[in-house]
Design a protein around this ligand. Structure first.
Ligand code: ATP
Ligand code: MG
Length: 422
């Protein structure tokens, strides 16, 4: 036997017994996105590496150490497997003029790639569903996207999610805070770890995001961005909070919530759970008014979020959320060459009438075929032997429910109608 080839570490197969959960998520979210007026956009998985350096930020974890960046071996182009969806979405909107004098509410979904240490809820290929709302500068849309997620959890049968909220202010406010923060951090230069030292002058906010236990006290007492907000940013944040209060959505203010991507300003938020250990953030996002211009478009305010689908799948599983099953209506059982041929046609007729039908492939005893029919979860077995071929009928056997075991002879040309009526 030839040697087997393994999948790539941190990149998962979704097996049939799990895929119904993914489909449930996809179905629920499609209705939910439509309820809020979002349209789908589909971007390529590969983009120019430059897009992410400029869009996500040169000094972010993603760009510094998590990107699957490579050179196209045919033409030397610098390419990257997308680590997130926002940069590509903005690139596509600019390229196709979608932001010109108009607003857009867009959603996307698909695989993202980050070279991280794989563990529960953290993979190298993972999936996000995200939304981006372009052209809205007012706080009502910040609130709307947060409320939207609050509305998603019960649709998925999930509860116990918490919301963390912060405001990062605007560019000037961040600059003022940054200066003070660097000054503060310089006072701790002796205890800073390598990561923090490296970020001190490139991305000092991220130093506060450290998970190093020795640095927690220092981080807690650092100057907080929220204290540097000007009137406009403050009012914006107050309105977001008031709208959340009106909607009855509880939140925790977390002044240390800075997010791992550079493009955010004003509102940032994370929806978290206590059920997934360290991988606690299920959805995250915020406002990023500067990104469109930074990527070469005309200035355009924007707000969005991304949901980590694998983490949601884990939550559905842990909480034993019942997933509606897609079971076949009928399993077609046959015996003998003529019957097999006739059954093949009958199965097609039933499908043409809108039923979900499994045709027993190959041959086998009635007994083993019935066993498969039972295992399939089908409501009916459609049984065709030599006699049924001759009379152009089938023996319709009920496999589940009150009528279980009931058998009746049904003309083939009435079969679909009879199954539908039961
Ligand atoms: P984390 O702090 O967990 O690394 P992040 O801040 O890097 O998350 P974002 O870039 O904001 O995450 O992505 C949004 C969501 O995508 C996250 O909240 C999470 O649910 C999911 N996500 C991010 N990275 C991964 C990964 N490597 N594997 C699985 N899901 C992920
Ligand atoms: Mg991360």
């Amino acid at each position: 036997m030839a040697q087997t080839i393994q999948g790539i570490r941190g990149m998962n197969d979704v097996l049939p017994q799990e895929s119904s959960r993914w489909q449930f998520f996809e179905q629920v979210t499609r209705e939910w996105l439509a309820a809020y007026g979002y349209s789908q956009i589909r971007m390529p998985i590969v983009e120019s590496t430059h897009l992410f350096i400029r869009g996500v930020g040169e000094h972010t974890d993603i760009v510094e150490k998590e990107m699957y960046a490579f050179e196209d071996s045919l033409n030397g182009e610098k390419l990257t497997l997308r680590p997130e969806g926002t940069a590509g979405c903005v690139r596509a909107c600019i390229e196709h003029g979608l932001l010109y004098n108009q607003t857009q509410r867009l959603w996307y979904t698909g695989p993202m790639f980050r070279h991280e240490r794989p563990q529960k809820g953290r993979y190298r290929q993972f999936h996000q569903m995200g939304i981006e709302a372009f052209g809205f500068s007012t706080p009502d849309v910040d609130a709307e996207v947060i409320v939207m997620l609050a509305d998603l959890w019960p649709r998925l049968g999930l509860s116990g999610m918490s919301l963390e909220l912060n405001s990062l202010g605007d560019i000037e406010e961040r600059a003022a805070h940054r200066a003070k923060l660097i000054q503060y951090l310089e006072g701790y230069i002796d205890i800073l770890d390598e990561d923090s030292k490296r970020r001190l002058y490139t991305n000092p906010l991220r130093v506060l995001d450290t998970k190093n236990p020795d640095l927690q006290e220092m981080a807690e007492n650092a100057p907080q961005l929220i204290d540097f907000l000007g009137e406009a940013s403050k009012t914006h944040f107050e309105t977001v909070k008031a709208l959340l209060d009106d909607a009855g959505i509880a939140y925790t203010l977390n002044p240390r919530l800075v997010r791992g991507l550079d493009y955010y300003n004003r509102t940032v938020f994370e929806w978290t759970t206590t059920q997934l250990g360290a991988q606690s953030t299920v959805a995250a996002g915020g406002r990023y008014d500067g990104l469109v211009e930074q990527l070469g478009g005309k200035p355009c305010p924007a707000v969005g979020f991304a949901i980590g689908i694998e983490r949601l799948m884990l939550l559905l599983e842990i909480n034993e959320v019942a997933i509606p099953a897609q079971l076949p209506d009928a399993y077609v059982v046959h015996q003998g060459e003529a019957a097999a041929r006739n059954a093949f046609t009958v199965a097609r007729q039933l499908r043409a009438a809108g039923l979900n039908v499994i045709y027993h492939g190959g041959s086998g005893s009635f007994k083993s075929q019935f066993k498969k029919a039972d295992q399939s979860g089908a409501r009916f077995a459609v049984v065709i032997g030599e006699g049924e071929v001759a009379s152009q009928t089938v023996n319709l056997k009920t496999l589940i429910g009150e009528q279980q075991g009931k058998q009746e002879i049904v003309p083939q040309d009435q079969l679909a109608q009879v199954i539908r009526s039961i």
